[in-house]
Each structure stands twice: as structure tokens, then as C-alpha cells.
Design a protein. Structure first.
Length: 116
């Protein structure tokens, strides 16, 4: 068994806790603070699978938007436009993805971040 250091990454919408980095995957916990949302974005190569642990997430996948709660799981294939939002309270997600964490194409961003 190897113990790993959890990497804390501050984001304007909350934080990421990166608990696994391997050649073929990355594991994170995302914490989105109340009233915040991530960029409207897509990935050219990155494939993500997520699980809502706590809170109600406003989820946009493609052209559809829905509200999902704890226990909801979903997959985001490459080139799928998506956005996560925490309109009513803090949301906690588990994300497991392919390792291309740099692969973010932002279409819209509340915090002034551009492009990749």
C-alpha cells in the first residue's frame, strides 16, 4: 500500500481535492460553493465520470439542464458541452477521469478565465 498526498487546488467556484494521479486516470473531489458554477466547457480528449455526494447540482449536459442530488452518477464523453452549478447550497462531487486535466475549452466563464 502506498499513501498519497491529497493535493488541494483553489478554484474561484470552490476547490478540488486531487486524491489520485495515475498514468491512465485522475481522481478528484470537487466542492462547489453555493451560488457558484464552473465554466460552460467541453474537453477534446478528457472523459469524465462523476457522482454527486452531497447537495443539489444543476447539471447541464449538451442542451439539457436538470437538477440532480446525492447518488446521481453521470458520464461526460469528450466534446460534450457541460456545466455544474450549486444554486442552493454547497455541492460535493467525486470525479474520475482520464488524465488530461489541462484539456478544458471554456465557452463561457463567470470569473474571466479564457480558452484553455
Amino acid at each position: 500500500m502506498t499513501l498519497s498526498r491529497v493535493e488541494r487546488v483553489r478554484k474561484p467556484w470552490g476547490r478540488e481535492l486531487v486524491f489520485a494521479r495515475a498514468k491512465k486516470y485522475v481522481g478528484k473531489i470537487l466542492v462547489i460553493e453555493k451560488g457558484h458554477r464552473l465554466s460552460l466547457q467541453f474537453h477534446r480528449r478528457k472523459h469524465e465520470s462523476l457522482l454527486v455526494l452531497r447537495g443539489r447540482l444543476k447539471l447541464r449536459l449538451g442542451k439539457k439542464t436538470r437538477s440532480v442530488g446525492p447518488g446521481a452518477a453521470f458520464t461526460i464523453p469528450p466534446k460534450t458541452i457541460h456545466r455544474f452549478e450549486a444554486p442552493r447550497g454547497r455541492v460535493t462531487l467525486v470525479e474520475v477521469s482520464t488524465p488530461e486535466v489541462w484539456d478544458v475549452v471554456r465557452l463561457q466563464d463567470d470569473y474571466g478565465r479564457r480558452g484553455q
